[in-house]
Design a protein. Structure first.
Length: 366
């Protein structure tokens, strides 16, 4: 094992090292950070123990590989930024500051009862390990599901401002359905669809977990769902983050964590999405990760015909050529499952994992 726990924490700190000038962006591009991580393991060279000459060499080689994999990347910019980050006087001082935080972050974990699973651990989820950008360390509170439990998990996601009559109800019923069949609902604790999915899972006396875009030692965001987060922990669920415990929430972290909702589970169930928004990022991640990507089909409900909160569903399901806030190509759209009735979920997920007869107060339609 080339990297120990402290060095994996340093990778996590570099990953969460964000420039907040204008729109928050990583100081070191994440694709290069991961390429350095995996390439250095192939070479059996710890980048934190290399001298400047060899570190420069491995950076140039990593960028070259990235360029071969994706000719459209701005290789020159990545080289410049990486050399500044690791080898310039300012960069070295910044890294020293991050190194000083390593011990403090572990102390916070101990004080706040935050557990963690590092990348090389046998308990690290297989689904996440297969991603091109897996968390270096998983931080969590509560009960973290084992591998067999994760094989029966889905993420209920959607708009933060769902249409009131159907959006909340669909999310809640899906949460109940998963709970009644002993499936985990692993979502994001966001307002709206995520929130009502969690509530449905709890109402159905099932288990649910939330992947957050913040460190677990910081106040829960959004504040409106702090009581919900406590309820999740009370009911043997979990809160999880890939970010070091003291990391504050930033908009970029919520986009990045979306890949983990689909990445850790069997797939996603999308309640409602407009033409823009974070849900579209998760849909794209899920399709690229070859997870089961299920969208609620509202086309049979006349009163939702022109409702903005479901336009994203309709565009994707009907293969409309209207633009979305996130580009999702037709080759990926073909992999989307659409459902109108609750019973249709049985044919998409593992039938053996579901009970044959489950109803919601005599209602089977979403």
């Amino acid at each position: 094992m080339i990297y120990n726990d402290k060095e994996l924490m340093l990778f996590s700190l570099i990953y969460s090292d964000i420039s907040e000038e204008g729109f928050p962006t990583p100081k070191l591009s994440h694709d290069l950070l991961y390429k350095l991580f995996f390439y250095s393991m192939e070479r059996e060279q710890n980048i934190f123990k290399l001298d400047k000459i060899f570190l420069r060499k491995i950076i140039l080689e990593a960028v070259h590989i990235l360029k071969l994999e994706n000719p459209r990347i701005r290789a020159e910019k990545r080289v410049k930024n990486a050399l500044l980050y690791f080898l310039s006087k300012h960069g070295i001082l910044n890294l020293e500051k991050l190194k000083l935080r390593i011990g403090d972050e572990f102390k916070v974990c101990e004080r706040e009862k935050i557990k963690y699973i590092e990348y090389f651990s046998k308990n690290y989820p297989k689904n996440l390990k297969g991603l091109k950008d897996p968390p270096f360390i998983i931080f969590y509170r509560g009960y973290f599901p084992n591998e067999s439990e994760l094989e029966k998990s889905l993420a209920i996601i959607g708009s933060r401002k769902p249409e009131k009559k159907y959006g909340r109800e669909v999310a809640k019923r899906m949460g109940i359905l998963l709970a009644q069949n002993n499936w985990w609902n692993i979502s994001g604790l966001a307002l709206g669809c995520d929130e009502y999915g969690h509530l449905g899972s709890l109402e159905g006396e099932g288990q649910t977990g939330a992947i957050l875009g913040q460190g677990l030692a910081t106040p829960i965001y959004p504040k409106e769902n702090r009581m919900l987060s406590e309820k999740i922990l009370e009911k043997n669920g979990f809160l999880m983050s890939e970010l070091p415990p003291t990391t504050s929430n930033l908009s970029i972290f919520f986009i990045l964590r979306n890949r983990l909702q689909s990445g850790m589970t069997c797939g996603i169930f999308v309640v409602q999405t407009g033409k823009t928004g974070g849900t579209l990022h998760t849909i794209k991640y899920s399709l690229e990760q070859e997870r089961r990507t299920i969208l609620w089909d509202p086309s049979h409900i006349e009163e939702l015909e022109e409702v903005s909160e479901v336009l994203g569903n309709k565009i994707l399901i009907e293969d409309r050529k209207e633009k979305l806030g996130v580009f999702i190509g037709m080759n990926l759209r073909k992999k989307i499952f659409k459902i109108k009735k609750s019973k249709e979920i049985y044919g998409i997920l593992n039938k053996k994992s579901f009970k044959k007869h489950v109803v919601f107060s005599n209602k089977t339609l979403f």
